[in-house]
Design a protein around this ligand. Structure first.
Ligand code: CMC
Length: 433
């Protein structure tokens, strides 16, 4: 970011006639930003932007999205090229370090991640404390937060080496925690990681292996898993990432910050949408009922929304949804699964894409629209969909957290408000109210 603004905006107070020069900062690409950091001190006004629709909360070098063109770049590399040519471990390295690894760097990184996948064995008692029918996202919030107790000594966030160790630990341990959350809900024994497997294959075996028989990882599923992890790895300042950054801005423990991000991701407007899509497809049931549900989605008196449609940033198409739609067909064909839900999803997509309501509002299928269909075909229960999103997004969260801590001008995040409550008034005794 250039420190010397070439452009300014002038803000005029129409009552007093006073003017304020607001510098404009330019990134390497994307819209300029008006720097309002000194506005309150100079003009005694705040800006008002609930939901941050026009606010850049930070500067970042990690991920770039052009919502109008459907572009997603990590470190400058288009998501399509990463999905085609790379793997999740490389993408993790890229997000954490800003560059793709050389062969040696990749081998070293994979080795480190592989050798940190076990979690402290005492943590299994935490799992056992949850109700058997607990939602795995509830378990994730609790257990990931508890990492801050188990690995407390290792999280001196002022030490760059320690920050990187915490980041790698988080990436490595998340699949184990996620798989154990599932195993616990199934009443099956926890399966330990295996170091001769890839990140994605290892996750599948921890999810689906049982001690009484040999589990052989299906390479089609391994590839699909890796693609799903790549496509969910980071998405700039989305709600959960902003939550992680805000939590971390106070100097909080990184594991606790990631737990806060998981809590935010859980909501149906964010990562919980993939679970909601499948529930919606179940509810629709048949192509003949698509029109009825489209009408409900358009009815302002009905709270129903088409889950998996719309995005705060993408107003053209979500490139991740395109890649996943293609992968869904390939995976289902490979597995020989004839999935009526995929047919239904395609019919719904076609009708919605041609409907004036959706066209006018630029509502396109998002990443969650197709991910649930693939995950279901791969054998994942619906309740695990958002957990998988969390496993993948961990690298994004921790990379963004690291970037924030390493930013020399970072401050505690503390927004202000437009107060609409009572003005000062005198306390009234309880018997006189
Ligand atoms: N179905 C029907 N109408 C919709 C939908 C939808 N899925 N999404 C937005 N709209 C309408 C909305 O009613 C509003 O209409 P009007 O202008 O007439 O009032 C207009 O489109 C703009 O919607 P908004 O709620 O102001 O947009 P937003 O940017 O605040 O919300 C969103 C974005 C993703 C929360 C929203 O599109 C949504 O709720 N989608 C369904 C849930 C979903 O799929 N979430 C996953 C998002 S992508 C992955 C992730 O982030 O985890």
């Amino acid at each position: 970011m250039s420190d010397k603004p070439s452009k300014t905006y002038t803000l005029t107070n129409n009552e007093t006639g006073e003017t304020y020069e607001l510098p404009v900062l330019s990134g390497t690409t994307g819209p300029d930003v008006i720097d309002i950091r000194k506005l309150y001190a100079q003009a005694d006004v705040f800006t008002y932007d609930p939901g941050f629709t026009s606010t850049a909360s930070c500067d970042s070098e990690i991920t770039y999205i052009d919502g109008d063109k459907g572009v997603l770049l990590h470190g400058g590399y288009p998501i399509e090229q990463l999905a085609e040519n790379s793997d999740f471990m490389e993408v993790c390295y890229l997000l954490l370090n800003g560059e793709l690894p050389t062969k040696d760097q990749k081998d070293e990184f994979v080795d480190i991640i592989t050798h940190h996948t076990m979690i402290h064995d005492q943590m299994q008692f935490l799992f056992r404390g949850f109700r058997r029918d607990a939602h795995p996202m509830a378990i994730m919030v609790g257990v990931v937060g508890a990492l801050s107790a188990f690995y407390h000594d290792q999280t001196d966030i002022s030490d760059p080496e320690r920050r990187m160790i915490a980041a790698r630990q988080m990436i490595a341990k998340m699949p184990t925690i996620a798989a154990w959350a599932y195993k616990y809900s199934k009443g099956q024994p926890f399966v330990y990681p295996k170091n001769d497997l890839s990140f994605s294959a290892n996750f599948l075996q921890m999810m689906f292996a049982v001690p009484c028989e040999e589990y052989v990882v299906n390479p089609v599923l391994e590839k699909a898993m890796d693609l799903i992890f790549i496509l969910h790895a980071d998405h700039e300042q989305n709600a959960s990432t902003s939550t992680v950054r805000i939590s971390g801005s106070s100097g909080a423990n990184p594991f606790a910050c990631i737990s806060a991000g998981i809590a935010c991701l859980w909501g149906p407007a964010h990562g919980g949408a993939n679970e909601a899509v499948l529930k919606m497809l179940d509810e629709i049931g048949d192509v003949s009922r698509v029109d009825e549900f489209i009408a409900r989605a358009k009815d302002k008196d009905d709270p129903f929304r088409l889950m998996g449609f719309g995005h705060r940033v993408y107003k053209n198409f979500d490139p991740r949804a395109k890649l996943l739609a293609k992968a869904a067909h390939e995976v289902l064909a490979d597995l020989g699964v004839n999935n009526p839900q995929l047919e239904l999803a395609m019919a719904l997509e076609k009708i919605a894409l041609e409907d004036e309501y959706f066209v006018a509002r630029k509502l396109y299928p998002n990443v969650d629209f197709y991910s649930g269909i693939i995950l279901k075909a791969m054998g994942f229960p619906t309740s695990m969909f958002t957990v998988l999103f969390a496993v993948a997004r961990t690298v994004g969260w921790i990379s963004q957290w690291k970037e924030m801590i390493e930013d020399p001008v970072h401050k505690i995040s503390r927004p202000r408000q437009l107060y609409l409550g009572s003005t000062p008034r005198d306390f009234v005794e309880i018997d006189k109210r």
